[in-house]
Ligand binder design. Structure first.
Ligand SMILES: CCCCCC/C=C/CC(=O)SCCNC(=O)CCNC(=O)[C@H](O)C(C)(C)COP(=O)(O)OP(=O)(O)OC[C@H]1O[C@@H](n2cnc3c(N)ncnc32)[C@H](O)[C@@H]1OP(=O)(O)O
Length: 296
């Protein structure tokens, strides 16, 4: 289902998005104005600085469900059309978990049409973020595996909280699945081929010190300074004339984007046939059960 159709579905009676404030809040904005765009994504815009902080709030772990992907996509589209916004900082509403990555329940026990719809939404969000004309920063205030790491890698820079409990990486192989080529390319573009090869094969989750060392993040700062640092770094990016920064960003990322655009349908089919395998369903179920058992 295309984004517009998914939005319509979300607005149907009974949907949790129905009735959400999708525009500017009644207070009309202003510096530091808080605007609730949906249930799962919170936006705090500072028009004077030209920056919006987009906060994930999809408890318990900010997983990227189909609804979360859709709401995030709508939110980003709105911000892209807002002339007062030139930069976005992505972060979690509450410290602890930036995002647990793709929602595993979307990839388990569903039918092929659902897998295709889900994967298309993952592709759409990646394309929107990776091609964004805005300056994007990630204020990583929690653990950040797999799809969570991918989100942060689409940004122009990453600031990670100095907490050894917070790890970051593309750990898919540890689940018995693997990162597709465009996840891999996004990481190669950040830390290089050799470091990516090692990280992906071993499914490494890096501690803050390791992530800094390998170049997966640009700065590690005390936990209470993640957002303020991300905002102050943003002002450096916004000091560059937009057109010059945007042309450079497009030049750097075009080849990677073009690869997915060229192979988009095949990538969906590949995902659907891989994830539908009995053996893959089994390993994902076991992984999910292990996560759930901890709590019961
Ligand atoms: C061509 C084929 C290509 C295939 C490519 C597929 C790509 C996939 C990329 C991905 O993103 S896969 C997802 C990878 N994510 C993870 O491995 C993270 C798993 N989660 C955790 O490690 C932990 O939950 C956490 C994030 C470290 C948080 O730990 P904490 O102790 O705070 O919470 P939990 O008790 O573990 O979890 C609470 C609750 O949430 C459920 N849950 C956790 N992660 C996910 C998830 N990714 N999707 C869905 N649900 C998740 C967990 O099961 C618990 O549920 P409960 O019912 O409340 O017990």
């Amino acid at each position: 289902m295309a984004l517009v159709a998914r939005v319509r579905a979300l607005l149907l009676p009974g949907s949790r998005l129905r009735g959400a404030t999708l525009g500017r809040a009644a207070n009309g904005g202003g510096a530091g104005a808080r605007r609730a765009l949906s249930h799962r994504v919170l936006v705090e815009a500072d028009p004077a600085a030209g920056v919006a902080v987009v906060k994930f709030r999809n408890p318990p772990v900010n997983s990227l469900s189909l609804e979360m992907l859709t709401e995030l996509g709508i939110c980003l589209e709105k911000l892209e059309n807002d002339k007062t916004v030139r930069g976005i900082v992505l972060t979690a509403d509450r410290p602890g978990i930036f995002s647990a990555g793709l929602d595993l329940t979307e990839m388990c026990g569903r039918n092929p049409a659902h897998y295709a719809e889900f994967w298309k939404a993952v592709q759409e969000l990646w394309l929107r973020l990776y091609q964004s004309n805005m300056a994007l920063g990630a204020a990583i205030n929690g653990t950040c595996p797999a799809g969570g790491c991918l989100l942060s890698l689409t940004c122009d820079y990453r600031i990670l909280a100095d907490n050894p409990k917070y790890t970051i990486g593309l750990n898919e192989t540890q689940l018995g699945i693997f990162a597709p080529f465009w996840f891999k390319d996004t990481m190669v573009n950040t830390i290089g081929h050799r470091a990516t090869e090692r990280a992906l094969q071993l499914g490494l989750l890096f501690t803050p010190a390791e992530a800094l060392q390998v170049g997966l993040v640009d700065q590690v700062v005390p936990e209470d300074q993640v957002q303020s640092t991300a905002l102050s770094v943003m002002s450096q990016w916004l000091a560059i004339p937009d057109h010059a920064r945007q042309l450079t960003k497009t030049m750097m990322r075009k080849a990677t984007v073009d690869q997915l655009l060229k192979h988009r349908e095949a990538d969906i089919q590949n995902f659907v046939s891989f994830i539908s395998r009995d053996s893959i369903q089994k390993v994902l179920q076991v992984y999910l059960q292990k996560l759930r058992k901890k709590n019961h």
